[in-house]
Design a protein around this ligand. Structure first.
Ligand code: C2O
Ligand code: CU
Ligand code: CU
Length: 498
């Protein structure tokens, strides 16, 4: 891989401008949740079907297939699990076994990943190397340890080369691991946030190379497959919102003005004491659980644009912050609070203190460099096709993903410190399967409170130090950028615990 020259960068810029002129597919696509895009919104929020475990087991069939559904008042041809977007919500407990017969009704290979679950990466468990051919099926079995952290997780396809396209097409669903000590709330809601681009006839819009390099962002942003849905509540109630960022590339800077909002969980487990927040940022793949203490009036959950770097920054040498994408915040949903006050659900009990790997011996340290550079020859592969080969190379320690290669080996049962270094002009949200990461240092700043996530954003030209406890399981899995177009283009590597 060679670094980009200025001339090549200017050529890339020209491609971007051309694409924008040709089809409105600019670097920062304007999002149209507002009126005037031919969609209608404002229905009551619906939730996907809930499938809950019984007697320690949850068994289901999941079929990934093309589906014809209604989105924002329009007919849309998407891809969905069991015909619904999102797919069913799976509710389980620590210690449970989930058995899924996954069928592939698509034209391309696929598979299934249970994002964030701490389960084995081997065999027919959370094995990202499985590939299910069109027309084929595969029997998965995931067993959660007895001490699995509660929280909000999700599932989506993970077949390398097809991940961004299949997630963007509508293949995702929520997984809830119930709290052993429930938090008293009036209502518990799952909200899967996704984005989608349709063409004039309601088919999935084509994606060009520039969008793949940037990471595609859909034109409309949906909650449970709905456009700007509406919620109703009474004053002085408490709701628990489990929000999943299932967008392939879009970051969400969420705010809900006029309500009492506390952060209960980020990705996994729960905070010992919920924290008051005015906004939270979710990179692709991240989840939050918010406690909303309702107050009379009408509030809108908004997602403001996030500067995640750009190729423009590469061209002009601009600093971070010079490229804040324009546009107003996207309206995700509205909450109307009226009527007589509900009954006070009572105080939130304190949760368990979080494990702190800074107090445990570290047996190995490694540095992983996430980089972008030129791939081959600028004149090749400049078409508007939707293949995965673009002119950029997305690498980890200089190499593109190879499923046959073993990149890192950790001793099972030990703690390692990983420096996630981003030498590129774009942010990369880094995700490790099976084992969550404790953030130790972000940029130059020490993170003093135990902070656990399974997707950690590494800002452009910056680095983040994390620690990982390779507990409970052995086997080989992957870590990667959760801008799924970057993952498909090679920003993924393998790690084995043994
Ligand atoms: Cu959410 Cu490896 O993925
Ligand atoms: Cu994952
Ligand atoms: Cu990336």
């Amino acid at each position: 891989m060679r670094p980009l020259t200025r001339r090549q960068l200017l050529a890339l810029g020209a491609v971007g401008a051309g694409a924008a002129a040709a089809g409105g597919a600019g670097l920062w696509l304007t999002t149209g949740n507002g009126p005037g895009f031919g969609y209608t919104g404002g229905e009551d929020l619906a939730e996907p079907q809930v499938l809950a475990s019984r007697g320690g087991v949850l068994e289901l069939d999941l079929t990934a297939a093309p589906a014809r559904i209604q989105v924002g008042g329009r007919e849309a041809s998407v891809q969905a699990f069991n015909g619904s977007l999102p797919g069913p919500t799976l509710r389980v407990r620590a210690g449970d076994t989930i058995r899924i017969t996954m069928r592939n009704g698509l034209q391309a290979p696929t598979n299934l990943h249970v994002h964030g679950l701490h389960v084995s990466p081997q065999g027919n468990s959370d094995n990202p190397f499985v590939s299910i051919d069109p027309g084929g099926s595969f029997d998965y079995e995931f067993t959660l340890p007895e001490d699995h952290p509660p929280g909000t997780y999700w599932y989506h396809p993970h077949r390398h080369g097809h991940v961004a396209g299949q997630v963007a097409a509508g293949l995702y669903g929520a997984i809830v691991v119930e709290d052993p000590d429930p938090v008293p709330v009036t209502r518990d809601r799952v909200m899967v946030v996704s984005d989608l681009s349709l063409d004039a006839s309601g088919n999935l819009a084509e994606v060009d190379q520039m969008q793949q390099m940037m990471g595609r962002e859909g034109q409309i942003v949906l909650v449970n497959g709905q456009l700007r849905p509406q919620l109703r509540a009474a004053p002085r109630e408490r709701e628990r919102w489990r929000i999943i960022n299932a967008c392939p590339s879009r970051y969400l800077r969420l705010a809900l003005e006029g309500q009492g909002v506390r952060l209960l969980s980020r990705d996994l487990g729960r905070l010992p004491v919920p924290e008051d927040v005015t906004e939270v940022v979710l990179a692709p793949g991240n989840r939050v659980e918010l406690l909303v203490d309702t107050r009379g009036g009408s509030s809108t959950l908004t997602a403001a644009p996030v500067d995640r770097g750009s190729m423009n920054a590469m061209m002009s040498g601009a600093m971070r912050g010079d490229n804040v994408p324009g546009g107003d915040p996207v309206e995700l949903l509205t909450l109307a609070v009226s009527g007589s006050a509900g009954t006070d659900p009572g105080p939130v009990p304190e949760g368990q203190p979080l494990r702190d790997l800074r107090n445990e011996p570290v047996t190995a340290a490694r540095t992983l460099d996430f980089a972008m550079g030129m791939n081959g020859n600028m004149s090749g592969g400049m078409g508007m096709g939707s293949g995965q080969g673009t002119m950029m190379a997305f690498t980890i320690n200089g190499r593109e993903f190879d499923p046959e290669r073993l990149d890192e080996t950790a001793a099972a049962g030990t703690v390692e410190e990983w420096t996630l270094a981003n030498s590129s002009p774009m942010d990369h949200p880094i995700h490790l399967h099976v084992w969550p990461m404790q953030i130790i240092q972000d940029g130059g700043r020490d993170v003093t409170r135990p902070t656990w996530q399974d997707v950690v954003n590494v800002p452009a030209r910056s680095q983040v130090k994390v620690r990982v406890a390779f507990d409970d399981f052995s086997g080989r899995t992957v870590f990667h950028c959760h801008i799924l177009d970057h993952e498909d283009q090679g920003m993924m590597a393998t790690v084995q615990a043994r």
